[in-house]
Design a protein around this ligand. Structure first.
Ligand SMILES: [Zn+2]
Length: 274
């Protein structure tokens, strides 16, 4: 699933293709991708509108339109945006097509079809609860050590679950949560209110570091993730634990273990992570 660095890379790659371009026509092949409003209203709301900017918050992409509305996109498991010239064959798993001025098509493709698009803003009071309730994200001014400490102390849950909760910290998913815990030397099952001040500091620094590294490497591609130009991320080779079950720890050589936390596979080093 694309996490903060991957969605940011999609944003960066989309921007030069669609900023300042007008949506001439929208075609919906799979109506349930459109979460809000009804499909005909969504189409009527975007056709003829110009994209003024592409932003990101947590794992959400936000395409600003010139009438004050915005398209809110969540890629979930396998959603992707791909920009192709209009004379190109359509890409596999194409679910939605925006024909843009300038001769390009913006495709939304999705293999597992959990991705969603909403049209929000302006006079429409409807809000996406996941989006409006997002917590601060790593590397942002709002994400301070003090904030993290306060939220950890107030929670009583396994630290891996805490890191995945987008209302507490936005942008981390299974990859970067496992990586942050590995870098901080903390077990995924450790309870948040039992962490020492030293562990909290390490976790704060690690969350920022793994996200910064993911951004630098244009995201992590495991199976499907690619940006709007079809480029894959190259952060995979830098991962310490994620996807490395039964392989030796890069720090100490111990065999990495995988356990389930909140239904998600979590890989950790039984020697380095306490
Ligand atoms: Zn180790």
């Amino acid at each position: 699933m694309p996490e903060l660095p991957e969605v940011e890379q999609v944003r960066i790659s989309l921007l030069p293709h669609i900023k300042g371009k007008t949506i001439c026509k929208m075609e919906v092949r799979l109506p349930r991708i459109i979460k809000h409003p009804a499909v005909p209203d969504f189409i009527a709301g975007v056709e003829g509108k110009t994209v003024t900017d592409v932003r990101r918050k947590g794992k959400y992409l936000v395409m600003m339109l010139d009438d004050g509305h915005y398209i809110l996109a969540h890629l979930r498991m396998t959603g992707a945006f791909l920009v192709l010239p209009q004379d190109c064959l359509e890409p596999p798993y194409a679910k939605i097509c925006f024909s843009m001025t300038g001769g390009m098509n913006l495709w939304f493709t999705d293999i597992r079809t959990f991705g969603t698009l909403c049209l929000c803003g302006a006079d429409d009071p409807w809000q996406d609860e996941g989006y409006t309730g997002l917590g601060p994200e790593p590397l942002s001014p709002e994400f301070t050590e003090e904030y993290l400490k306060k939220r950890l102390k107030k929670s009583h849950q396994m630290v891996k679950c805490f890191l995945l909760d987008q209302h507490k910290i936005a942008g981390l998913g299974n990859i970067y949560a496992d990586e942050a815990l590995a870098l901080a030397g903390i077990r995924p099952t450790r309870y948040t209110d039992k962490l020492t001040p030293k562990q909290i500091r390490s976790l704060y620094e690690a969350a920022n570091q793994v996200i910064a590294q993911g951004l630098r490497n244009h995201g992590t591609t495991f199976r499907n993730y690619q940006d709007a130009d079809g480029q894959m991320g190259n952060n995979k080779e830098f991962l310490m634990v994620y996807g490395r079950k039964d392989m030796p720890c890069k720090k100490c050589g111990a065999i990495l273990k995988q356990i389930k936390v909140a239904g998600r596979g979590s890989v950790y080093c039984p020697h380095c992570q306490k």
